[in-house]
Design a protein around this ligand. Structure first.
Ligand SMILES: [Zn+2]
Length: 465
């Protein structure tokens, strides 16, 4: 049963595996998501009512819905009031609100300031460049003396950075000061009612964290098909704060997803070389060594079938792969890390690439319109790399990718073959990882046990119904 109303696209280090179904739904969801994301994060940034969190604050489902409350106080103005009070100027600055269609030279003209000063300021280089991108509603503070000379200009570029331009005996000087940020670890948990997205928003997560959560478990859970009511998640993630304002959500440190009674856990680990990835608490990769589908397709035009009649040759010929119909030119991705062992033309297959993955596995991609530029036989490719583009070279009735998956030379159905996991944690990192994972999983457990989670019970059947 499919209770979930949403689909996800998984973005993993630049590679994209799209779920086959409901393209329209998917794109509209993503558009809505991004619009939602930006508007929510806008409100979030503007919200001075957000309760400051301590590093050990526990947030359960319902407590964190403060996303859409817009404060009546103007936070920028507030911060400028603070800034002013600490400013060493005797004269108070004059606030100027940027109007639609405004720019600095219009503002200078309105304030009857000397345009030579404007030129002097703009010639200070990269530091004053943000003054070229003023947005309506932003505030600038002008400190002007009796002779209408500009002594100082203050502009809060964003939540972190403030630009101050001051007149010095030698001319204007620009300085940008950055507020210190803090990283806080936050716990959130939720129980899924209708959709992961809805429940996660309710738990106070922003879209970025929700997408990351889905991405981490994407290889084990089909978020479009497998999500059931009463599925649950618990996560520890980071948030960046400036003073008492949340700046953004950061990385998920540890996550747990209970899908249909089965528990999946993942822990983030930054290896010694600086690369970060997610692993099970015992150090197995959360990812699979192969993408299930190497192309973003429209439909499957032909399934794996060892006794099929060939559409062009009209005789019995096994179909040892899957045909993914897609628009000509759609990128084709390497299903896994490996080495190109063949790149060229084969009679019926047209332009073909074959990749060897370790000892046992090979994948084959046929009917390509063209290969990726500069790709040669013997090259190493990474999972998700674009190796070529969909076409109809060789014997093909229309543009599609013919994809084969072989284990020890034996053709397997790419749609159903059980895919091996990607490489586990490196041996050199293992002991450190296990200790790190233990600690995070314990933390997750503690928070989960001590947090009052409001159980969403399934609807009770009425007597006689
Ligand atoms: Zn085929």
């Amino acid at each position: 049963m499919n209770y979930n109303t949403i689909d996800f696209a998984y973005h993993y280090k630049g590679q994209r595996t799209f779920l086959p179904r409901s393209w329209v739904l998917l794109s509209s969801f993503l558009i809505a998501l991004f619009i939602g994301y930006f508007s929510l994060s806008y409100f979030d940034k503007q919200d001075t009512n957000v309760v400051p969190l301590n590093s050990d604050t526990i947030i359960s489902g319902i407590q964190r819905v403060t996303l859409a409350t817009l404060s009546s106080q103007h936070p920028v103005l507030e911060s400028f009031k603070r800034l002013q009070s600490t400013a060493d100027n005797k004269a108070a600055g004059q606030p100027v609100t940027v109007q639609p269609g405004d720019n600095l030279s219009l503002i200078f003209a309105r304030l009857h300031l000397n345009s030579n000063d404007l030129q002097a300021i703009m010639s200070l280089g990269s530091k004053t460049k943000p003054l070229l991108n003023l947005y309506p509603g932003q505030e600038l503070y002008f400190y002007i003396d009796k002779e209408r000379r500009l002594n100082k200009l203050v502009y809060q570029i964003n939540q972190l950075d403030t630009l101050a331009v001051s007149r010095e005996p030698t001319g204007y000087q620009a300085t940008i000061t950055r507020k210190p940020t803090q990283t806080r670890t936050v716990f959130a948990s939720g129980i899924i009612r209708n959709s992961l997205f809805g429940s996660a928003l309710k738990a106070g997560l922003d879209s970025r964290v929700i997408l990351e959560l889905a991405e981490i478990f994407a290889w084990d859970i089909d978020f479009a098909l497998d999500i059931q009511p009463n599925d649950a998640f618990n996560i520890l993630y980071e948030e960046e704060w400036v003073g008492d304002k949340k700046l953004r959500s950061g990385n998920i440190l540890a996550a747990e997803f209970i899908n249909n009674g089965k528990k999946f856990q993942a822990v983030r680990y930054v290896a010694k070389d600086g690369s970060a990835d997610y692993y099970t608490p015992d150090g197995m990769s959360m990812r699979k060594a192969f993408l299930r589908t190497p192309v973003n397709f429209r439909r499957i035009s032909s399934h794996f079938n060892l006794s099929r009649k060939h559409p062009i040759l009209h005789r019995l010929r096994a179909h040892k792969g899957v045909d993914y119909a897609a628009a000509r030119g759609t990128p084709i991705h390497a299903a896994g890390n490996g080495k190109i062992t063949y790149l060229g033309k084969q009679r019926g297959y047209g332009n073909v690439i074959e990749i060897q993955h370790g000892e046992a596995y090979t994948t084959l991609y046929a009917h390509m319109d063209r290969f990726a530029q500069r790709l040669r036989k013997g090259n190493r490719v990474k999972q998700g790399d674009i190796i070529g583009y969909v076409g109809s070279t060789g014997l093909a009735t229309g543009p599609h990718l013919h994809y084969e998956f072989r284990i020890a030379g034996v053709h397997k159905n790419p749609l159903t073959v059980s895919l091996p996991r990607a490489l586990p944690i490196a041996a050199a990192d293992k002991s450190q990882f296990i200790a790190h994972a233990d600690q995070l999983i314990k933390q997750l457990d503690n928070y989960r046990r001590t947090t009052l989670v409001q159980k969403e019970l399934p609807p009770t059947k009425r007597k006689g119904a």
